[in-house]
Design a protein. Structure first.
Length: 428
């Protein structure tokens, strides 16, 4: 058996099947009891009616008997003033219940013979002779116990009630779990979402409270970690500056140049660490509406004024609600990254129905496909091309990722078909 894929479907199937089986068993027992009772009543009525009808016909003059036949006719049996139809003798080992009832009713007063009549509708006839010697035939057509016309409608209504109750029970049981799974799926340490409602049954309240506490602990842990990183990075700037001052007074030589280079690399790494820590707290900048085309032009012109090969593509002619300082930092990081490894970059913008897409394109070596997601992690560098020798710290793309997420957007990296890298920012 192949189970449904969702938990709600499985629970609904189990509940509904169990209820239908239980209801079917109960209904079957009641229907069987009703059938036995109805059959006993019909046979009792048959005995009384046959005894009364035969007695009436036996006492009536022969000329008046045909007029009484329609009055004595019933749904499953009727009377004939002839020898009936030809047929085969009824076996005595398993006679119909109606035949036994006829024997009980008049068998002690009249000599009875039973014949089974073949045909499309199988029935039997009981033959006897009245007191004056006239033949009388009781033609019996057995039928099942009649079923009330309203019964199927009641059954359908009851099944619909069972289905509705099952749906309500599953919805009440799965609803809190669905909300919890959605909250876990949307859990973002950088932008904590609203807390789950801690109302409802005890188990639901406990799960909601546990999730809210977990979300608070994660946010507190990340905040403490970023504060620690920012504090260490900030405090390292002072001794690095003192060491650089001491190196300046050293005699010129190879060792002085090496120390100066190492201290410069350390200073750059510390500044990037502080910037990464601050990127976690971008929410302090109030969002505002900007002219996106003018904003992007200003970024590109700053690069062009410094002699960098940065080109602007596309236009939106719209305004955007965003955090401009954070967006500028993201674009600067991505453009610097493109210029460092490709020597030139293109800044492209397009407007879709519900999103603004900004792409930074280059024609550099690109990034191996299996590392496109890894390079967005802090301190990760692609070996061979993006290493310490090129001045990379492994924090530029991580900072851009943090800032874009804080703005409610997404940053994705992909390799271009003709070579190079595409960094796409999607803002909604």
């Amino acid at each position: 058996m192949k189970w449904p894929r969702t938990l709600a479907s499985r629970l609904a199937l189990i509940f509904f099947t169990g209820l239908v089986l239980a209801y079917g068993l109960s209904f079957g027992l009641q229907a069987y009891e009703r059938y036995i009772s109805s059959r006993s009543m019909m046979l009792s009525n048959l005995e009384l009616d046959v005894a009364t009808s035969v007695a009436i016909l036996d006492r009536l003059p022969a000329a008046e008997r045909p007029a009484w036949l329609p009055r004595l006719e019933r749904r499953t049996y009727r009377y004939r003033l002839d020898s009936g139809q030809t047929g085969s003798a009824m076996p005595s080992e398993d006679p119909p219940m109606a035949a036994e009832s006829i024997v009980k009713a008049i068998g002690k007063d009249y000599r009875l013979t039973f014949l089974e009549i073949p045909g499309p509708l199988t029935h039997f006839q009981a033959h006897l002779r009245l007191a004056d010697g006239a033949p009388l035939t009781i033609d019996v057509t057995p039928a099942t116990v009649p079923v009330a016309s309203w019964l199927p409608v009641v059954l359908l209504i009851q099944l619909a009630v069972l289905l509705l109750c099952t749906w309500l029970a599953v919805r009440l049981a799965i609803g809190p779990l669905t909300r919890l799974s959605q909250a876990v799926d949307n859990l973002d340490p950088n932008t904590p979402g609203p807390q789950l409602d801690e109302s409802g049954p005890r188990e639901v309240r406990y799960a909601a409270a546990a999730f809210n506490a977990l979300q608070a602990r994660i946010a507190a842990y990340l905040k403490e970690r970023m504060q620690l990183l920012a504090a260490i990075s900030h405090d390292l700037q002072t001794p690095i500056t003192r060491m650089k001052l001491r190196v300046e007074v050293m005699d010129d030589g190879v060792e002085k140049d090496k120390l100066w280079s190492d201290l410069s690399a350390m200073e750059h790494l510390v500044r990037e660490g502080v910037a990464y820590a601050r990127s976690m707290d971008v929410g302090t900048e109030a969002p505002c509406r900007i002219d996106l085309d003018a904003f992007l032009d200003s970024v590109v012109f700053d690069y062009q004024d410094s002699g960098a090969k940065v080109e602007r593509l596309g236009s939106t002619e719209t305004t955007l609600q965003t955090r401009p300082h954070a967006l500028r930092r993201v674009l600067v990081n991505l453009l610097d990254n493109a210029l460092k490894f490709a020597g030139a970059a293109q800044l492209e913008v397009t407007q879709h129905a519900n999103a603004t897409v900004i792409r930074v394109l280059d024609e550099g070596p690109g990034i191996p496909a299996e590392e496109l997601n890894e390079v967005l992690k802090p301190f990760y560098r692609v070996e061979g091309s993006r290493n310490r020798g090129t001045g990379g710290t492994g924090l530029g793309l991580a900072i851009a990722q943090q800032l874009v997420q804080a703005m409610g957007g997404t940053l994705t990296l992909s390799n271009r078909e003709n070579g190079g890298l595409c960094a796409q920012i999607e803002l909604r």
